[in-house]
Design a binder for this molecule. Structure first.
Ligand SMILES: [Zn+2]
Length: 218
């Protein structure tokens, strides 16, 4: 199954993508990661990507698609893949349609107040970069890293008013893409209604949704 996962910041998208990857036996592909990979491999495409990233420019769509095409043609994608963080625009979605068929969209829907509560509780160690969360992954001592004794701080991005902006940006960017796919591809809409929902439960619901779509096709 070729899947795309969409979710706002703080939705747990990365965690879910990793768990789905393990359960479904298909790789989760984030564009940032494949950029780094192609650069490392030193392919002609990799060199192009490097040039753009080094100069701080956005990598143009045709190159992103080229990189993606190389990636999904690899052996491990035979049974499918989970795209994470792509497409970001309708143009990219259209270009993606030309190189592969998407079988389902996983759409994580998380209420703003849960996102805000989650992200604003995040603390990071100044020294070793360990990530804590005051809701469910508290350090043993307030404000101190368990691992190295370093001081914990809150990233600028995780402050409440910045979170609001991040949510808005996500909605503006993603709404049109979801619209684009709406009548073309089946959706698994996962609604997170409880801030304490364990990831394994969430993933179980998503898998159930995917199974239904798979059954419908057979
Ligand atoms: Zn630390």
């Amino acid at each position: 199954m070729n899947l795309i996962i969409f979710g706002p910041p703080g939705s747990g998208k990365g965690t879910y993508a990793t768990r789905l990857q393990n359960q479904l036996g298909i790789p989760a592909i984030a564009t940032g990661d494949i950029f780094r990979e192609t650069i490392k491999q030193g392919t002609p495409t990799g060199k192009k990507v490097e040039k753009y990233l080094k100069s701080g420019q956005l990598v143009p769509d045709e190159i992103v698609i080229e990189v993606l095409k190389e990636r999904i043609n690899r052996e491990d994608c035979k049974k499918g893949f989970i795209l994470d963080g792509f497409p970001r625009t309708i143009e990219q979605a259209k270009a993606l349609d030309k190189i592969t068929k998407i079988n389902a969209i996983i759409n994580l829907q998380v209420p703003d107040h849960i996102i805000t509560a989650r992200l604003s509780s995040r603390r990071i160690c100044k020294n070793c970069g360990a990530i804590y969360n005051l809701l469910n992954l508290k350090p043993k001592k307030d404000g101190i890293c368990d691992k190295c004794g370093g001081e914990l701080y809150q990233r600028e991005d995780d402050k409440e008013d910045v979170i609001k902006d991040r949510i808005e940006i996500y909605k503006k960017q993603t709404q049109p893409i979801l619209e684009y796919y709406k009548n073309k591809v089946p959706f698994v809409n996962f609604k997170c209604e409880n801030i304490d929902m364990p990831p394994e439960k969430a993933v179980e619901q998503i898998l159930e949704g995917l199974r239904k779509i798979g059954n419908r096709k057979n």
